[in-house]
Design a protein around this ligand. Structure first.
Ligand SMILES: [Cu+2]
Length: 234
C-alpha cells in the first residue's frame, strides 16, 4: 500500500462549516456518528477520466474502538466464471463463504501473504469458507480459469464503502475525530486525504486515483503459466 506523494490530495473539511445535505435517514450506521461522503475519480494514462468508477474501496485508516464481524457471512459467488462481487471489503475476523453457482468445477486459491489458502476444486451449489483475520489485500484466483480474478480487502474497522459505477461513497456512523481516508483500486496506487468531523457530516470528499495498468494476468497456484485457459473439462 505505497502511496505516491503526487497522488495524495489533502482534503480537510471542518464538518461544522458545511451544510447538512443528503436525504433524511442517510446515516444508517449502527451507532451514532457522522456520515463521510464523497466520490472517487480515476484518471487514465491518457489523462481521460474513467467512466466506470466501480469497485474502489474507500476506508478510514484508524478509528478507535472494537467492532464485531457481521452475524451472517458475506458471500462471494463463482458465477459465469467470475467472482461476484469482484471486490469485497470486509472487517478483519470475517468469514466469507465462496459459493459455486456454475455448472462447472471451480477452484479458489490465493497466494497473498496476508491469507494464503487453497479451497480445492468443487462443484455447483457447493460452498467453502475462509476466515480473514489479517488486514491486507487478498487476491482471489481460480486454478482452472485464469480470467477469474477477485479481491478481498480486509480492513481493521467497519468504516468502509465500495463504490458503484458513479464512484460515489458514503461511510456512516463515523465518530468525531481526524482521520486519514484512503481509496484502494485494482489498477494502481491508493489515494489518500484527511477528513475531520466534529460530529456532523462531511460532504464532498474527492479522492483522485491514477490508473497505471490494465492487465490482471497472473500465474497459477504453482507459480506457472496457465497451460490451457479454455479447459473446462472438469
Ligand atoms: Cu474457475
Amino acid at each position: 500500500m505505497v502511496i505516491k506523494t503526487k497522488h495524495i490530495i489533502v482534503w480537510t473539511v471542518l464538518s461544522f462549516m458545511l451544510p447538512i445535505s443528503g436525504p433524511a435517514g442517510a446515516e444508517a450506521g449502527p451507532e451514532s456518528g457522522a456520515a463521510v461522503r464523497g466520490a472517487v475519480e480515476i484518471h487514465q494514462k491518457d489523462g481521460a477520466l474513467k467512466a466506470d468508477r466501480s469497485n474502489v474501496v474507500v476506508y478510514l485508516e484508524d478509528v478507535p474502538g472494537a467492532a464485531e464481524p457481521p452475524a451472517g457471512n458475506p458471500q462471494i459467488r463463482q458465477h459465469g466464471k467470475q467472482y461476484v462481487p469482484e471486490v469485497s471489503p470486509v472487517l478483519a475476523g470475517t468469514t466469507v463463504d465462496f459459493v459455486n453457482d456454475d455448472n462447472i468445477f471451480h477452484n479458489v486459491f490465493s497466494v497473498s501473504p496476508a491469507e494464503p489458502f487453497d479451497l480445492g476444486v468443487y462443484k455447483k451449489d457447493s460452498r467453502k469458507s475462509v476466515r480473514f483475520d489479517n488486514p491486507g489485500v487478498i487476491n482471489l484466483y481460480c486454478n482452472i480459469h485464469p480470467n477469474m480474478v477477485g479481491y478481498v480487502v480486509v480492513l481493521k474497522n467497519p468504516f468502509f464503502a465500495r463504490t458503484g459505477p458513479d464512484g460515489v461513497f458514503e461511510i456512516a456512523g463515523v465518530p468525531p475525530g481526524t482521520y486519514k481516508i484512503k481509496a484502494w483500486q485494482r489498477f494502481g496506487p491508493e489515494a489518500a486525504a484527511t477528513v475531520i468531523t466534529a460530529g456532523g457530516p462531511v460532504n464532498g470528499v474527492v479522492l483522485k486515483l491514477t490508473e497505471e495498468k490494465i492487465s490482471l494476468s497472473h500465474k497459477n497456484k504453482w507459480g506457472q503459466d496457465y497451460v490451457d485457459p479454455e479447459n473446462d473439462a472438469y
